[in-house]
Design a protein around this ligand. Structure first.
Ligand SMILES: [Zn+2]
Length: 417
């Protein structure tokens, strides 16, 4: 019977291979067309070869058609080690990166990875190369030690995460790759000591409010309608009303309440003695998953109508962006307990479940009816200049993924029951 010790030792033995594999990957740009790139095709070709060498039963490509890139396809790599049950434990990572920005500001060129003081620098190293390589070598270690499992172990390496996932996760969900009852881990969120597991998100709503009044001289305000006065009154009344009406709290979130904030405001008139005829401002809402974001939007529009009637101004509310949050994933089930236990074993920290303000692709799975958990150990340098991944985190997270998969897919083989 193989032991967890053996598993951890084989992962330590992969240290140099993991650095090498991630380094190779970072040399290949994988940027989506909306970000001015040509997609993930080249990176996927390299990855597929790598995945083929990791001992899976089958490796399948799911190519989404995309006319905007050179080869007209956005590749997704799906690898499986079959167990006696079809229920699959997935680790989902993404190939694509954001654009590098101003190349001159990088100390190490973004596509020429450099290992300095235990950190591998390069665009996409933390987001999401580290977790991809870690999950791949975790699976390799398991595949070398265990012939057959209870559940199926799956890795999905996807395209198009940075700009909406239409050709990546959403495409794979539509293709039926993930099945009801599957367990999903998305290592695309984390903190430096690996102690936070993201289990929920708030819905995000961005609104643009335009108040049209009537411009006039400031000495005769009654001849006009002061749009800024109407806008300000509307804004403060609205935000107080929303905070009260949608006032639930949830302890897994920081802050625990929904938030309703005015953010950007456009300049009104350029001089002091004119009553402005137009006021334009923006609102950023982060709403607990207990509430329906569409219903909040309806409330905003209802109050806008009230202020229109009361003031004679026109108030237009435009939806700049809405991302609804799926239901929080449970924290008392086997999926969560196995992750907590793997983190404790390897990282020796006591992990906590958290909800965040919004923004991971775990939410796409929750919206589609799956439980999804986001966890990894990172310095939170994704999307920044001089992005890096700590080699100790690649190795440590590979160990956590290996123990996690061992306890869910091979519990009797590893004595983890
Ligand atoms: Zn990411």
């Amino acid at each position: 019977m193989p032991s967890v010790e053996q598993l951890l030792t084989s992962i330590d033995g992969y240290r140099e291979d993991m650095i090498g594999a991630l380094g190779e990957l970072l040399r290949i740009p994988a940027i989506g067309p909306e970000n001015g790139g040509d997609g993930e095709f080249e990176g996927a070709r390299y990855l597929r070869e790598l995945v083929e060498r990791c001992g899976f039963d089958d490796v399948e490509m799911f190519d989404a058609l995309d006319e905007r890139v050179r080869l007209r396809l956005r590749p997704n790599v799906v690898a499986k080690k079959r167990g006696s049950s079809d229920q699959t434990v997935w680790i989902v990572t993404h190939m694509d990166t954001v654009p590098p920005g101003d190349l001159d500001t990088w100390n190490y060129p973004p596509f020429s990875p450099r290992l300095v003081d235990g950190k591998l620098y390069g665009l996409g190293s933390e987001d999401n190369g580290q977790a991809m390589i870690a999950s791949l070598f975790a699976a390799k270690a398991l595949n070398e030690l265990s012939p057959a499992g209870r559940r199926t172990m799956g890795l999905a390496i996807v395209a198009d995460e940075e700009r909406g996932s239409e050709k990546g996760i959403k495409f794979l969900i539509r293709e039926g790759v993930f099945r009801s009852g599957d367990i999903i881990y998305v290592p695309d969120y984390g903190v430096p000591d690996g102690s936070v597991i993201e289990v929920a998100e708030k819905s995000l709503v961005w609104l643009k409010v335009t108040v049209e009044g009537k411009q006039t001289h400031a000495s005769t305000p009654a001849k006009g309608i002061n749009a800024m006065k109407v806008g300000s009154r509307f804004m403060t009344f609205l935000l107080d009303h929303l905070a009260e009406k949608y006032g639930k709290t949830s302890e897994i979130f920081m802050p625990p309440n929904s938030t309703f904030e005015p953010t950007k405001r456009l300049q009104t008139v350029g001089n002091i003695n004119t009553v402005p005829g137009e006021d334009v401002f923006y609102l950023d809402f982060r709403i607990l998953p207990d509430y329906d974001a569409e219903e909040v939007l309806k409330t905003v529009k209802k109050i806008a109508r009230l202020f229109e009637e009361r003031t004679g101004a026109d108030i237009t509310v435009e939806n700049e962006q809405t991302t609804s949050a799926g239901p929080p994933s449970p924290t008392d089930n086997e999926a969560m307990k196995a992750l907590v236990s793997a983190i404790k074993t390897v990282r020796e920290v006591e992990p906590v479940a958290r909800g965040i303000g919004g923004g991971t692709c775990a939410n796409l799975f929750r919206l589609a009816g799956f439980d999804a958990y986001a966890w990894q150990t990172v310095d939170e340098v994704a999307h920044s200049i001089n992005e890096y991944s700590k080699v100790d985190n690649i190795v440590g997270d590979a160990k956590v993924f290996a123990v996690l998969m061992a306890s869910l897919c091979y519990p009797s083989e590893f004595g983890l029951e």
